[in-house]
Design a protein around this ligand. Structure first.
Ligand code: MOS
Length: 742
């Protein structure tokens, strides 16, 4: 590699974004576009008994009022789980009269303008029978499911004998950690434009995966997959809520077919709280047992949360709890309440975030109880082999992350005694936590196309989606590096099902999978150009050996005599070809996956200041040191990790979706009362990387960084608050009144 990969290259799409040239789903100006709005249920449980649409239907500009009475039935049931149908829950609104959750979509009003649709929606009259909703407060209804998510992972994992581990222990921590419900709230709300041409459907959709949206919508509508095209060129944040396909997408497709016009639907901010999943409110009972030397002898974790009436789902927090430290006796399980809510979904670092908050808070408690430094305690329980499988790691640099992070935050200056450090009238505290995220790899071949144009530029294409991460830029870097071009000479085209198939932007998997496909295609194009040159009598490289040819500045040359060579443009001219194109695929080495455990790791530190009179917390500094394989772009990677840490600060101190449990309704479904951090809340965040070369995971050894930045951030802040105040905060968000009352 020439060294372009990893460089802090500016976003190649940056100019488009700041000038408004980047087109998001709702911004495609289609001719004759109609506008749809949803009416949603104000009740959380019950049944629609009557609907009066007459006045609305006669309202000016209205094209249709669709309800469960006239909305066509789906060809198949939605299904939450990876497969040909990948929806956010196994239920579609507007297919029946039952109401399962507040905010459930009950009607769609389509009109020639948004204003007319919005007005007419207020004219529809619904009559309901109302039942008392079930919520997480109905804890007596909790049960332990047999499997989770339709059998995708077990609901209980047991290793060794926890009872025996506890009997061997000198000390125990028994504590319950809780987190509030959180919503993703990307800047761009979910949106779909559906347009039919005969029996062919085009969807402009804010999605993390064009191919999963294509196959899901095709199957739900009962039409051939090839009749659906999905375009998603720019996405304003996803974080999981645009991963599975949500009901507004297929309902808009049907609505467009019904009115015979292209239809645009944009969820309102309020509707985003009840239409696209969320991170569920949850409590986690933890038991840690350890010897007086700090060696863990037992870990027990029981997570309780609410799921929807449709499936057994909880974000899989037991995964990280059972897998981060070496311990012989582990038991982890879930308890669920089937409540009147929509199914929760993936939310940035699903499972790792709450799981790590629980175990890293408990580890901190254990460290203070034993009088062992929190970093030292973690080193004493470091897993040299993956605890769950016993496999070696493909690479692991967690110890280096601790050491580097401790240095950057100034851990040495910390007086271990809680509530001992002051600055003026403020209490100062330092906290830390481990971080990890599994390296997921796709099961299917990842393909890309690379085309050399006659002007020497190269077009690189695959159906990836840039959800704000910098995918355009890293793919340009990878291709440019292989082909000896500058990133500006690479045109990256993604976000369209007409392009070669790759996996979706989820599970921190995109960068590793897509860079592997693009790298493979770029190599294939370079090899093809070399072959074209050395077999062409007109070329100065005629009859040279392929291994003697190198590329630089868009030119092939002989390594022994660099003056012998020709530009890519010349190669095409000699053969009178306007362009040359290759499609190539990469598939992960499944053997390596059998042999090695693959995870990214990190160490996260926080320094906080607490006002002892008002209980207000300010984060003064965050440090995150990560070992995530090869970093493709130091600048966009740093940005991603800062973003994850900002999420961690929000979750630790501010974010809380409040429910009125009597009515089963959210009371702050907006950005005024659902608090997220603003610039003034965000301190200096320092990111560093431990370099890793991992030959086992994918072509460039990329582990992915979309989620790991958030994983340990909340726990590090809670632990820092304990150090500052001596008060253990076990309930997120840590608001001033909780600090004062503790
Ligand atoms: Mo991510 S929560 O897998 O979109």
């Amino acid at each position: 590699m020439s060294g372009l990969v990893g460089k802090p290259v500016n976003r190649i799409d940056g100019k488009l974004k700041v000038t408004g040239g980047a087109r998001y789903a709702a911004e495609f100006p289609l001719l004759n576009l109609a506008h749809a709005v949803f009416i949603t249920s104000p009740i959380a449980s019950g049944r629609i008994t009557d609907i009066d649409i007459k006045v609305a239907e006669e309202s000016p500009g209205v094209l249709a009022v669709l309800t469960h009475l006239n909305m066509p039935k789906l060809a198949q049931e939605p299904k939450f789980g990876f497969g040909a149908i990948f929806t956010g829950q196994s239920f579609s609104p507007m297919q029946g009269a039952e109401i399962y959750y507040s905010g459930q979509q009950v009607a769609m009003v389509i009109a020639d303008t948004l204003e007319r649709a919005t007005h007419a929606a207020k004219l529809v009259q619904f009559t309901y029978t109302v039942e008392q909703p079930v919520t997480i407060k109905d804890i007596d209804k909790a049960y332990e499911p047999e499997t989770m998510w339709g059998g995708m992972f077990p609901a209980r994992m047991v290793k060794g004998d926890v009872g025996q581990g506890i009997a061997q222990a000198d000390v125990q921590i028994n504590a319950t950690y809780t987190i509030a419900g959180n919503h993703h709230n990307p800047m761009e709300p979910s949106a779909t434009i559906a347009a039919w041409s005969g029996d062919k459907l085009t969807l402009y959709d804010a999605t993390q995966g064009v191919f999963s949206t294509q196959s899901t919508v095709a199957n739900l509508l009962g039409i051939p997959v090839e009749n659906v095209r999905v375009i998603s060129t720019f996405v304003g944040g996803g974080f999981g809520c645009k991963g599975p396909v949500m009901s507004h997408t297929w309902l808009t497709a049907i609505a467009s077919r019904e009115v015979g016009r292209p239809v645009k639907l944009v969820l309102t901010r309020e509707q985003m709280y009840t239409s696209v999943g969320y991170r569920e409110e949850q409590s986690m009972e933890m038991t840690l047992a350890a010897t007086s030397k700090g060696k863990l002898t037992a870990i027990k974790h029981i997570k309780t949360s609410a799921t929807s009436p449709f499936e057994d789902w909880a974000e899989p927090s037991t995964g990280v709890v059972s897998n981060i430290y070496s311990c012989d006796n582990v038991e982890a399980s879930y308890r669920l309440v089937k409540a009147n809510v929509m199914t929760p979904t993936f939310t940035r670092a699903p499972g790792e975030v709450p799981g790590m908050f629980a175990i890293e808070s408990a580890m901190d408690e254990l460290a203070y109880k034993l009088g062992i430094d929190p970093i030292e305690l973690r080193l004493r329980n470091h897993a040299d082999l993956e605890p769950r499988s016993g496999k070696p790691y493909s690479s692991k640099s967690l110890k280096e992350c601790y050491a580097r992070g401790a240095k950057l935050i100034g851990w040495r200056n910390r007086n271990p005694q809680p509530a001992s450090m002051k600055q003026g009238r403020y209490l100062i505290g330092y906290g830390m936590a481990s971080s990890s995220f599994p390296t997921h790899r796709p099961f299917t071949a990842q393909s890309a196309r690379a085309t050399l144009l006659s002007d020497g530029r190269v077009v690189v294409q695959c159906g990836a989606v840039d959800i704000g991460t910098g995918a355009y830029t890293i793919l340009a870097q990878v291709a440019a590096d292989v082909l000896g071009l500058s990133p500006e000479q690479i045109q990256v085209e993604i976000g369209d099902t007409t392009l070669p198939n790759v996996t979706f932007a989820g599970g921190s998997m995109g960068a590793g999978a897509w860079s592997s496909a693009v790298h493979t295609a770029a190599i294939a194009l370079r090899n093809k150009l070399v072959t074209m040159a050395i077999t062409n009598p007109q070329s100065p490289l005629y009859q040279a050996k392929p291994e003697d040819i190198a590329v630089e500045n868009g030119r092939l040359f002989h390594t022994q005599d660099p003056s012998q060579g020709e530009t890519y443009t010349a190669v095409l001219c000699h053969l009178e070809q306007p362009s040359v194109e290759v499609v190539a695929s990469w598939k992960p080495d499944m053997g390596a996956g059998q042999k090695y455990a693959m995870h990214a790791f990190g160490a996260q530190f926080a320094k906080v200041q607490v006002d002892p009179d008002f209980g207000t917390v300010r984060v003064l500094k965050c440090v995150g040191v990560f070992a995530a394989g090869r970093i493709l772009n130091a600048k966009t990677a740093r940005s991603q990790l800062i973003g994850g840490i900002v999420w961690g600060i929000g979750q630790a101190l501010l974010e809380n979706t409040h429910m009125d449990y009597n009515y089963g309704r959210y009371t702050n479904a907006n950005l005024a009362e659902y608090l997220i951090p603003v610039n003034a809340d965000i301190p200096d965040i320092e990111i560093d990387f431990i370099p890793e070369e991992d030959p086992h995971i994918n072509v460039l050894g990329v582990k992915g960084i979309g989620e790991i930045g958030m994983v340990g951030a909340g726990a590090a802040i809670a632990n820092a608050i304990f150090h500052a105040t001596g008060k253990r905060m076990r309930d997120l968000p840590i608001t001033p009144e909780k600090v004062m009352l503790a």
